[in-house]
Design a protein around this ligand. Structure first.
Ligand code: GLN
Length: 539
């Protein structure tokens, strides 16, 4: 029997940041807990081809998939919640839509027709939505439309949704997220913004089936009835989404609100029984009842916007639950670090993570911090640029290579310990020269990495342009900074560890992208374990 593919659209009204991504992921989790195959897709109405070239201050972290797509950070939530891998097909931007329509026009595929937003752009959007449905792998495709209803740039997306609903009457529905604000002066919750936002959607020809109302206080049944009446939805389809302590509470809250049940009923699917969230609830229990705690410093240059390090912060949460050890993160701005203040910055810190990044800003602070960490035996995990900084620091301060650097920072350095590999040169396009996506890494037995992963070969995801320069491998190895992970084909160095140190691990890849609730990152776990040992040792 061919499976019934259902399309669920998630739109947002009133304001951004209502948590569409988390609601989509939570619904997907509930459907998965009922035995269904689900995937989630994000459509972003901006004109960039992908978020790869965006500054993290714009939309937070750029998430990278196994197949090397640079995507919106919401895909990270999808993977962390569902433990299902996403790919390029799960994130589409207006830029990508227009690019393919224009390419088709140049190839003459429109046979001389005038190319227009409707039907050509909307058809392209529709085909991107249906691509996942056509794989035959999924019962549900949840498509999150970025932005807020009423924005000019999201109009073609809403129009595409309207058409798909028309074509798939029994296999599609729309969930609209709104805000129900609390007015202090009036002492009550207000439904008018929700009414207006549904009206905005109706003007575009889309009647939402379910309303998820983000609120700081519980809504009573009178309010739910009022919203239902004004917005043409049934009262049980007015779902409360109250502020939660952690995003991992949201699937449980949505289960209590019966979001999955209402969805299944509307799609005429069996809705008896309930979603099995037992593993999820066990995770939450461990996460909320820690037996230990550690203080970790995260050194980065985008710390004003914590979303810039979303996957790292979530990887700490996953490791925290696995070890039942609370991870208190102290966010340290790399530009603020000096020789004078490093001692007080790292006081009471049990482990330090030096974050990824691009460009020279804040780099010297990272290098200074790493020197201190190395000399004071503080557990260290360096990710990507963090690993590169560890190599630079070692070259300068242990091997005496004055001015050693990455050629990203100093093109003319005498000691280019991190540099661009020959076969990468001559690639002009900014997006083109990066090593992106999952690559194999062979681990050296006895290393921290091997003890963490317990495997000979692992796959982790990359997102960088510069590499460890193998011309310096021998001298580093001989002096105790050892390559413990190497790509078996290219021989590019993936992991460096300092032998004489309790825990000093730099990884060229980004382990944070693969960490999920069900499968926490092994290297994060081993780093937190090492930090806990250090804490107990210094008591
Ligand atoms: N800027 C460095 C590079 O391109 C590191 C990138 C990163 O940390 N993701 O190689």
């Amino acid at each position: 029997m061919t499976r019934k593919v259902n399309y669920i659209f998630v739109t947002g009204g009133v304001t951004s940041s209502l948590g569409k991504g988390i609601i989509s992921a939570s619904l997907a989790k509930l459907l998965q807990g009922r035995g269904y195959e689900v995937t989630i897709q994000k459509l972003d109405p901006y004109i960039n081809i992908d978020p790869g070239t965006l500054n993290p201050y714009e939309h937070g972290e750029c998430f990278v998939t196994d197949d090397g797509a640079e995507t919106d950070l919401d895909l990270g939530h999808y993977e962390r919640f569902l433990n299902v891998r996403t790919s390029q097909a799960n994130n589409v931007t207006t830029g990508r839509i227009y690019q393919s329509v224009i390419d088709k026009e140049r190839r003459g595929e429109y046979l001389g027709k005038t190319v227009q937003i409707i039907p050509h752009i909307t058809d392209e959007i529709k085909s991107r939505i249906k691509i996942l449905g056509k794989t035959g792998n999924y019962d549900f495709i949840i498509t999150e439309i970025g932005g807020t209803v009423g924005d000019i740039e999201s109009l073609p997306y809403i129009e595409a949704v309207r058409q798909i609903i028309w074509e798939h009457e029994n296999d599609s529905l729309v969930i609209h997220l709104t805000l129900v604000p609390y007015l202090k002066a009036a002492g009550e919750l207000k439904t008018k913004p929700t009414q207006h936002s549904v009206k905005a959607l109706l003007e575009l020809g889309v009647q939402p089936d379910i309303l998820v109302c983000r609120t700081e206080y519980h809504m009573n049944s009178e309010m739910r009835n009022k919203i239902a009446k004004f917005c043409n939805v049934s009262p049980n389809a007015v779902i409360e989404s109250i502020d939660a302590n952690t995003i991992y509470d949201v699937p449980v809250l949505m289960k209590d609100e019966q979001l999955d049940k209402v969805v299944l009923e509307k799609l005429q699917m069996p809705s008896s029984g309930e979603a099995d969230l037992s593993n999820w609830e066990a995770y939450l229990k461990r996460f909320k009842n820690p037996k230990n705690e550690v203080n970790i410093a995260l050194i980065g240059k985008y710390i004003e916007l914590k979303d810039s390090y979303k996957s790292i912060a979530e990887s700490f949460n996953h490791a925290s639950a696995a070890l039942e050890c609370k991870v208190n993160v102290k966010w340290v701005h790399s530009e603020k670090i000096t020789d004078e203040n490093i001692d007080s910055i790292l006081k009471n810190i049990d482990g330090v993570l030096v974050a990824p990044g691009f460009g020279s800003r804040g780099i010297e602070g990272k290098i200074q911090a790493i020197r201190y960490i190395r000399e004071h035996n503080i557990p260290f995990l360096g990710i990507c640029l963090g690993m590169q900084c560890a190599v630079i620091e070692f070259a300068r301060n242990v091997l005496g290579m004055k001015g050693a650097n990455s050629t990203e920072i100093d093109e003319d350095t005498e000691f280019p310990v991190i540099s661009i590999m020959e076969d990468q040169k001559n690639i002009e396009n900014m997006g083109g020269s990066m090593r992106l996506g999952a690559y194999d890494c062979e681990l050296k037995k006895g290393s921290h990495a091997y003890k963490a992963y317990k495997k000979d070969i692992i796959q982790e995801r990359h997102r960088h342009r510069y590499e460890f320069n193998n011309a310096y491998l021998d001298v580093m190895n001989k002096n105790g900074l050892v390559a413990t992970g190497v790509n078996p084909e290219s021989k590019l160095v993936e992991i460096m560890e300092l032998e004489s140190h309790p825990y000093f691990v730099g990884v060229q890849f980004h382990p944070e992208y693969k960490s999920t609730v069900a499968t926490p990152s092994p290297i994060f776990i081993s780093f937190i374990e090492a930090s806990l040992i250090k804490k107990n040792r210094s008591k």
